[in-house]
Structures are given as structure tokens and as C-alpha cells.
Design a protein around this ligand. Sequence first.
Ligand SMILES: [Zn+2]
Length: 339
Amino acid sequence: MTTSPESPSPGERISTSNAEDVLHDVETQVDALETQFDMDPLDNARRLLLVHAHPDDETIGTGASMAKYAHEGALVTLITCTLGEQGEVLVPELEHLAADKDDALGVQRIDELAVAMEALGVKDHRFLGGPGRWRDSDMMGREGNNDPRCFWQCDFDEAVGEAVKVIREVRPQVMVTYDENGGYGHPDHIQAHRVAVAGFHAAGDPEQFPEAGEPWQPLKLYYTAMARSSMQKVIDWFRDNPDAPSFMGPEVTDASDVPFTVPDEDITAEIDARDYFDHKMAAMRAHKTQIEVDGPFFAMADGFGHRAWGLETFVLAYGDKGPTDPESGRETDLFAGVE
Ligand SMILES: [Zn+2]
């Protein structure tokens, strides 16, 4: 269990030096691909499975919760559907790895993900169908969407079968993925949603994928969700700090115009993982080709401190809502009502 007595209070301006320490420790330990997961999943009473599209999505959207549950003794399993080969490369000396040059970004991102997972304390992370089975499909509308190797063009049954195999092996009570728009409309995120939802329903059905193991029905499925009020704070902060590198142009002034935000009243769970802020920051740094240390994510972390990065929100899509916080009406634990 991590406690951080010296952590700044929420909202206070923070330094990223603790995150640097975490990451330094990790980089000396990880010989990324050598580590093998060899634990009986059922040794853990609580088991959480997340399905994400590209390496880095897990950290940006759910990294603090993953670190919290892992440190509390839950088995946290990550399935990443592609290697993110089409990503932009933000590190000049690694630009040659880009898809339109050496096309070798995938291998780099396998390593980045391994370092990030070590930073979060997540031991079980896998690629759907094995590393490189499906390729990054690039942004919607681009040529990459038509590549027969890409996840957007996958044989859907095969992809669901691979997800079912993992679900039946690790037997999660709770699963997490994106909403039907994939959060923001990237084809790999939409496909990750479809595969995860189909896998969630098929895993408990003995008629489906009988070769993929003993049936197991997870009890709850959540979608990641950014509350509209949180996005509004981000917009306002970047407006008041025009020198900070921002995600969006100055024309965006109202969070309800940002497609991937969710009305606050639709949020059903809020996980307070502020104690794991440093772990999340370290994992962000590990994704170094994707996230600039002086870019908008870190500007935002400086602006909002633990609150923006340590509180992660979700919408329950399937399953029964557990006990809630009387004030917010939200669950404070993804496993609420499960035990
Ligand atoms: Zn992504």
C-alpha cells in the first residue's frame, strides 16, 4: 500500500520530481519483455480487467485507478488491442520509428507500456491475440483504416474469441472499456469497445467459444468517462494560462461542445486514487514517444495537481450499481456491491 505523506494537497501546484523517482526506479528494474506473468489469477479476491486500444490510453484514462487497485492487492489485467504503430513520435531522436519512415514504433511502444505498467504496479498486461496481431488503424478517415492488418478490419469473431480467452482465464468481476463512440471516435477505440462488450456477454455463455475455457460471467462493465464539469475546469484553466500548451484551440470555450465529455449526472462512479498520482505521472513519462513532458498533459497536471489526475470517473454500462456515496450518489469503488 502506498501512502504519500508529503503529497501536496489537491489543487496545489505540484512538482513532477516524485514521478521522476518512481520512473527511475522502474527503469532500472524492468527488462521489459523478460518478465513473465506467472500468478494464479484466483489468488486475488478482486479482479479487474481493462480493455484499451493503444499503449498510453490505459494510463491517461485509468492509470490512477489501476495503480490503486493493484496496490490494494487486486489482480489488474490490461488488454491492449494494438501496438499504436500509427502514433506520432514526439521525441526527435526516435522520429525514424514512425509509420511513414522505419515503421518500427510498435516495438518501442511495447517497451514503453512495460515500463508504464511497472510504474503503476500492474503485472498482468497483454496484447489482444498477442503483440502485433492487430495493427493500429490510424485516425478515422485515413488510409490506415483500410489496411487489412489493422484492428478496424479485424475478423470480429476472432478478436472477441481472444478477449473471451482472457476473461475466462483471469475471471474478472469487473471490466472497463470505452463507450460506443470509443471516447472520442478513434476507430481502434470504437473497435475496443465492441470487442470488450461482446466479450463481456459471450464469456459467460457456454455455447459461445467453447474452446476458449470454462464460462465466466463478469458482473459489471464500466465505460471510462470524463465529467463535463471537469472538462470545463480544464478549458477555463487553459484560457487563463494562454502560454501553457493546450489540447484544443481557443475557440473551445464550452465543455458541452467537447464530444467525449459526459454530463455530470450520468457519471456513476468516481474513484479517488489521488494517492497514486505519482505513479500515474511516472507511467505518463514512460510513454515518452507519445506524451511530452512539457506538453499539455503535464501542463494540466501542474494546473490541477492531484485532483484532475487522481480522480477518475466511470459510467456503469452493465450490471447492478452498488452502494453509493450519499452526497455524490456515485459509487466510490468499482467493486461496490460485488462482494
Ligand atoms: Zn488510443
